[in-house]
Design a protein around this ligand. Structure first.
Ligand code: ZN
Length: 405
């Protein structure tokens, strides 16, 4: 998780250059009336941090937190997919057991958040649930998994996760795993796509009605998911190769394939995937040493987090790297809209997982995207679809496919 923060080359004390960008009353009203969902909220990583409370307002610069209830309300974010993220560790018996335990604890943390604040959050299992919850003025909590490694020791756990609310499954993170290849494993490809175990998992996800997510997976995994899945698939947080070529991004031909399958690409706001960031080995080594020093992020106190950020800022001063801004983000979003069409695009900005750019620092800034989309000529209907309609359509298709069996 934490590795995401520095390897993107974030300049941690951001410039707020566009913080005052105005949002017109028309955009504000459209945004408020739409169901606004983000497909990749890494916020569950914060839920067990000592003294951290989702109901309180936090500060991104000081506290590494981009999503909480006050800022969700301010930014008109109705909810989305709350992620069970597991860092890929050793793939032996002990490593798999550790991943299994980690996944279950993260799932419990999400369910504990809902149970503790039933007036504010509600678990969503279907597209209809999301619409109902949004109407009731509560936040929508869909549950997803980023990296299927918690299932490596026993893939049949997927049925238990499904019963407990899992509705989206991403195959890998930044390394290969037992189910398939990652787009960014330094060792290269291991399976030429999905492994046999990965193929079986795809079938099982289709049978249960779990949406498949190809973000982080290799291009071959993407192609095989499109081919094998009986239901549409998504990219929950991915940007465009044609704007900035990076193994973690996707090319136009594949964006078209995804759209033809009825799927949706949710555009990522992760700086290191939006613009070129120079590789500075000394910077990486120093950031890595800090990471080792502080240990697991979700266990750190607010004071420790703040000290960590100060230490990182010092490294940033020594080895500065550029950081993307809202214009860069919009370049990816508008390009993808042109290629996929507005029926096949959504937003998955990687909040609390390394996402956020200058001018779009946290979820309170989301109405700026609506303003920019209106300015680019997209209709109110298109914009409502981008914020949630397309995702919910895809979820209905996944559900229908499951029921057919
Ligand atoms: Zn990710």
């Amino acid at each position: 998780m934490i590795a995401k923060w520095w390897c993107a080359g974030l300049v941690l004390f951001s410039l707020h250059a566009q913080a005052d960008e105005t949002v017109s009353p028309r955009a504000r009203q459209l945004h408020e009336n739409a169901i606004v969902l983000d497909t990749h909220l890494d916020t569950p990583s914060n839920l067990h941090r000592p003294g951290w409370n989702i109901l309180e307002r936090h500060d991104q610069d000081g506290e590494f937190a981009q999503v909480d209830l006050p800022r969700m309300k301010q930014g008109g974010l109705d909810g989305g997919f709350w992620v069970i993220y597991t860092a890929q560790d050793k793939r032996d018996e002990a490593g798999n057991r550790q991943a299994r335990d980690h996944g279950l604890v993260r799932l419990a943390a999400i369910r504990e958040m809902i149970a503790a604040h039933p007036q504010d959050f509600e678990l969503a299992l279907t597209a209809d649930d999301a619409a109902r919850i949004e109407k009731a003025g509560k936040r929508v909590v869909f549950i997803s998994m980023e990296n299927a490694s918690p299932l490596a020791s026993d893939p049949s756990l997927l049925t238990a996760y499904h019963k407990l609310g899992l509705r989206m499954l991403g195959i890998t993170h930044t390394s290969n795993n037992d189910f398939g290849d990652s787009s960014t494993d330094p060792a290269g490809h291991e399976w030429n796509g999905l492994s046999d175990k990965g193929r079986a998992l795809v079938q099982e996800a289709n049978r249960l009605g779990i949406l498949l997510d190809a973000s982080h997976a290799s291009d071959q995994v993407f192609d095989q998911l499109v081919e094998l899945s009986k239901a549409p698939i998504v990219l929950s947080h991915t940007s465009a190769d044609a704007v900035y070529e990076h193994p973690r991004n996707i090319d136009d031909a594949r964006i078209r394939k995804l759209a033809a399958k009825g799927g949706v690409i949710h555009v990522n706001a992760y700086s290191g995937y939006l613009i070129p960031v120079p590789k500075i080995p000394q910077r990486d080594a120093e950031m890595e040493a800090l990471e080792k020093h502080y240990g697991e992020y979700s266990k750190l106190s607010p004071a420790q987090i703040q000290q960590w950020r100060r230490d990182q800022a010092e490294i940033d001063r020594k080895y500065p790297v550029p950081r993307a801004n809202l214009d860069d983000y919009m370049r990816h979003l508008l390009h993808i809209l042109k290629v996929a069409g507005p029926e096949h695009v959504g937003i998955g900005a990687d909040w609390d997982g390394g996402g956020g750019v200058t001018g779009l620092e946290d979820v309170s800034a989301l109405p700026k995207i609506t303003e920019r989309l209106l300015a680019a000529g997209y209709s109110e209907r298109d914009i409502r679809n981008i914020w949630g309609g397309n995702l919910l359509r895809t979820m209905r298709a996944v559900q229908t496919t499951a029921e057919k069996k």
